[in-house]
Design a protein around this ligand. Structure first.
Ligand code: ADP
Length: 260
């Protein structure tokens, strides 16, 4: 609280009282803090791949280039890190557009099964590599009224996370249920789970339960923040259920017939 004190006196100079003006500046301070933390986070996230790219390129130029094996290895690292940088910048730009509501939603009836099938095909290589058992929804005809590309983005993020945070031979199940007034899409995995204390915070930008693991899986820490914003834009809601070491289930609910 910002506080101004002004004493007022009688004509003889004796203090008769004090006028106190109180401004509630907690909200402003909080926003300033969030903003500066965000800038610090972005800088840090950008710095990590840049340092790595710079270091490996330097070592190559200093002579490591002469060994073909080392050269290939270092170039692969440089490529992976620049890809991460690319993803990070794309996600940041996307998030800022979504947050400023600069993303118009082109609504139509979207068949969820088809969307999931499409996503599966994109992620199939990763599913096979990790020997993950993938379950499709049993219902084929359920639709959600929304923007197809944005619904795709929501589900890619959830399904990609489910695969990333599940060890080999695990299971990822996607389901669609029509509850009448709402359609629920759930993505469940048999992975590492999310501790209770982190569950509320994973939708924050750059919040990760385990930084090392997220980075290893190529994560930017922005996926769920984007998901949350896009679900909100569709007037939906998202909840997460999880048990550490057993798995997680993200459930997204979309209202039927949103009239906006
Ligand atoms: P990231 O790019 O790090 O995956 P996200 O915003 O998508 O960023 O997710 C934030 C964090 O939430 C992740 O770093 C991870 O710790 C946790 N998380 C997300 N999905 C899952 C999941 N299915 N199982 C376990 N942890 C998850």
């Amino acid at each position: 609280v910002d506080c101004n004190l002004a004493p007022y006196t009688s004509e003889h100079g004796e203090v008769k009282g004090v006028v106190t003006v109180l401004h509630d500046i907690t909200a402003i301070r909080r926003l300033e803090k969030i903003r500066s933390e965000f800038v610090a986070n972005v800088s840090h996230e950008l710095k990590t791949p840049i340092t790595s790219i710079k270091g490996f390129a330097e070592t190559l130029l200093d002579g490591a280039m002469d060994d073909p094996q080392v050269r290939r290895n270092f170039l692969e690292i440089i490529y992976t890190e620049s890809e991460r940088l690319h993803r990070l910048v794309n996600d940041l730009l996307d998030l800022s557009k979504i947050e400023q509501r600069k993303v118009p939603l082109r609504k139509e009836q979207v068949r969820i099964y088809e969307l999931i099938y499409d996503i599966y095909q994109h992620l199939q290589e990763k599913v096979n590599r990790k020997k993950i058992e993938f379950h499709f929804p049993s219902q084929h005809d359920i639709t959600v009224e929304g923007d197809k590309d944005r619904l795709h983005q929501i589900l890619v993020n959830l399904i990609d996370n489910a695969i990333s945070y599940t060890s080999e031979d695990g299971t990822v199940s996607v389901d669609v249920v029509d509850h009448g007034n709402e359609v629920e899409i759930s993505v469940a995995d048999t992975g590492i789970g999310i501790p209770l204390r982190d569950r509320e915070r994973i939708f924050e930008r750059f919040y990760r339960v385990d930084k090392g693991r997220s980075r290893e899986s190529g994560g930017t820490g922005l996926g769920l923040a984007i998901v949350k914003h896009l679900v909100d834009a569709h007037h939906g809601r998202i909840i997460v259920e999880s048990e550490e070491g057993k798995g997680s289930r993200f459930r997204v609910f979309f209202p039927r017939n949103t009239k906006t």
